[in-house]
Design a binder for this molecule. Structure first.
Ligand SMILES: CC(C)(COP(=O)(O)OP(=O)(O)OC[C@H]1O[C@@H](n2cnc3c(N)ncnc32)[C@H](O)[C@@H]1OP(=O)(O)O)[C@@H](O)C(=O)NCCC(=O)NCCS
Length: 303
């Protein structure tokens, strides 16, 4: 396959084509291939590197690299109708953005695969990327039948941002993507159509925010069911191990159910044994396995 051109900014027409590709692929795969972070960069005209293979009236393949924590995060997909004859389409777009990152000076790249396939595992190996992280999607039906034993209240926009950021950044201090949030990181999410202040449950102790559980509802799409996600849960390190993680998860699940949604899901790092164990004991089971492949790319010299 000839080299795929890479652009740094995507025009509105291409954004619409990527959205259509994401919708079409989601109908087959059951998930959208671009995570919030990459989608927000694309939709808001942020800095990115994008490689697209056009077809007659739709995109055939697309890969995007977005800046993340001093490196780049990549996500990619091939249009479902072109997957059987995958003659290097995925390899073509992923290779193109990797090359573009080298043009930009290189650095750490992380390619996130969703429901990781043998094709992606062998492609990662060919591209010199190694498995870095596993992310599990876990699911359960609601209601849980378990009581919420702590008091929580809704998020107050304009008043609770800093306290939430402090707890988030302290709880996720070691975490590549969820840690180090800025006010802007939070506000970009608050501005999204799905944002619901009642979907963030806050628990205070000793006059300060001790823990929060942020939920996000996903509409039923393509004959599926609506799903409520435990989007972020964080307990301040000063209050961990006191049962708040479990209680705030239950409070989040209760708020999902109160909004009429009876399926719940969450993503958790496969290495976060404390959280995985907690969710299993709360009745969640593993539904999908995503994998991040990464490497540090040297800059391209002499070009
Ligand atoms: C994961 C987290 C939410 C758990 O909250 P917590 O208040 O510390 O946990 P709890 O006290 O409610 O304990 C819940 C269960 O996990 C167990 N647990 C807690 N910390 C643990 C640890 N470090 N190792 C093993 N098990 C642990 C508890 O024994 C308890 O078990 P039980 O279900 O048998 O009662 C919290 O540690 C945290 O905020 N971590 C950083 C952010 C994070 O990882 N969020 C989850 C991302 S998906």
């Amino acid at each position: 396959m000839p080299a795929v051109p890479v652009v740094r900014h995507v025009d509105d027409a291409t954004v619409a084509q990527v959205a259509a590709l994401a919708d079409h692929a989601a109908a087959v795969d059951g998930y959208r291939f671009l995570s919030d972070h990459l989608w927000l960069d694309l939709a808001s005209g942020g800095e990115l590197l994008a490689a697209a293979v056009p077809g007659s009236d739709h995109l055939v393949a697309y890969a995007q690299a977005s800046p993340a924590s001093g490196g780049w995060t990549i996500e990619a997909t091939v249009h479902p109708e072109h997957r059987r004859a995958d003659d290097g389409l995925l390899a073509g777009v992923v290779q193109a953005v990797l090359d573009a990152v080298r043009h930009e000076g290189g650095g750490r790249v992380t390619w996130w695969t969703h429901d990781v396939s043998t094709n992606e595992i062998s492609l990662a190996e060919k591209l010199g990327l190694t498995a870095d992280r596993d992310l599990l999607q876990m699911r359960r039906q609601l209601p849980t039948g378990l009581p919420v034993m702590v008091e929580t209240r809704s998020f107050r926009p304009g008043a609770d941002e800093q306290a939430l950021l402090d707890v988030n950044n302290r709880a996720f201090a070691q975490h590549h993507e969820q840690g180090g949030w800025l006010l802007d990181t939070l506000q970009r999410r608050v501005r999204q159509a799905w944002f619901d202040p009642d979907g963030i449950r806050l628990h205070e102790r000793d006059g300060r925010l001790a823990a929060f559980c942020w939920t996000k509802l996903h509409d039923a799409a393509n004959g599926g069911v609506a799903v409520g996600e435990i989007y972020v849960i964080a307990v301040d390190p000063d209050f961990q191990g006191l049962g708040l993680g479990k209680q705030l998860t239950l409070a989040g699940l209760e708020s999902i159910e109160q909004r009429g949604v009876t399926a719940a899901m969450l993503y958790v790092d496969g290495a976060n044994t404390a959280a995985v164990g907690m969710y299993e004991r709360l009745g969640f089971s593993r539904a999908r396995h995503d994998r991040a492949f990464g490497t540090i790319l040297p800059p391209l010299v002499g070009d």
